[in-house]
Design a protein around this ligand. Sequence first.
Ligand SMILES: CC(C)(COP(=O)(O)OP(=O)(O)OC[C@H]1O[C@@H](n2cnc3c(N)ncnc32)[C@H](O)[C@@H]1OP(=O)(O)O)[C@@H](O)C(=O)NCCC(=O)NCCS
Length: 339
Amino acid sequence: MTVGYSATIGPLCQDSTILANYNQSLVSNKSTAQNNPEYTQLEIRYFNDNDREPLLEFAGTVQADNPKDSQSRSQQLGEVLRQPGFTPETSCLILEENDSIAGYCIVFSEKLIQRAVLAVDVQTDLEASETESKLIRSGLELAKNEGAGVAHICLGSQTPRASMLEDVGFHKIRTYLHMLWNDETPPLMKIPPEYSVNIFTPQDTQKLTDIQNAAFTGSWGFCPNTTEEIEYRTNMSNTRHECIVFLEDETGVVGYCWGCLGPNEGRTRGIISMIGINPRYRGKGLSQIILAAGINKLNELALDGISLHVDSSNTPAIKLYKSIGFHELDKLYWYEYTF
Ligand SMILES: CC(C)(COP(=O)(O)OP(=O)(O)OC[C@H]1O[C@@H](n2cnc3c(N)ncnc32)[C@H](O)[C@@H]1OP(=O)(O)O)[C@@H](O)C(=O)NCCC(=O)NCCS
């Protein structure tokens, strides 16, 4: 099944901070859908706690076409809605059609870098419709009121939504590659004697936060993480502590690889969610060692391959992934709206 929007609500994709000063009057009131022969009552409104269960069920249904994947998608969204600093009541818009959920738009406000990421889903017959475009415009208003300078949405490759986004005022800004590793034999990598590979334990939360921020600060779309956020994410259902590995020398952490699990057509696929080398240690060929360690840990869980997303302009990362046996499956496109 093709998901129109890429799953931008993944736990490591974005930060969110407590949203304040939101102008309630910006969200549209009830209206009748255009081009619909039957009278349809549509409303875009804020999330309230009664929406939680129906919203999770809706997201699971539109994002997957089998019960196992649906359940996993619902669970992940539930965890995202409960993450520290995130308030769905002010950051999630519900599209309601005749009193049932027909779509949603979650606005992840990343105040430190003045951007917002929009995660949108609508029922199939509303894809790329005027109604979906209205929902996105409402999300943009919310993002603007939160002080965002830009808003981003990620689109999968097989979706009719590109021209709708362009009509709203978005333009394509980045291409990401979706890559898969499914070799029979896990990579063998010799660890030089001055380094060791160590597995994350809950006492390492600060260490993990520090290396993630050190490795990714300055990367496109990365918003530095707090220790509280990292602690929460390490305990989400898609993470196993043993799949977070550090490369260390006598001075401390040199690099890390954070593997996650995701649903894939009724099976579980590994995901290289984050991998980074401390800038002071780059260019020494260390990334292969830590990626191999991460793959080996995920591989012990007997998964249906291991996938990742990478910016097509990130040459060292793409070289690294290809050298270990990843190949391109398809592309994802990030769209930007500038306020
Ligand atoms: C991606 C990353 C982990 C790679 O680690 P690194 O220490 O920079 O790279 P390595 O020395 O291990 O080399 C990996 C490959 O990239 C090449 N490379 C390294 N730096 C390069 C550069 N500046 N330009 C072009 N190629 C480069 C190396 O030659 C090697 O390719 P080869 O095996 O064909 O010779 C590291 O750059 C990083 O942490 N980047 C920021 C976080 C990030 O982008 N993570 C990936 C997210 S998907």
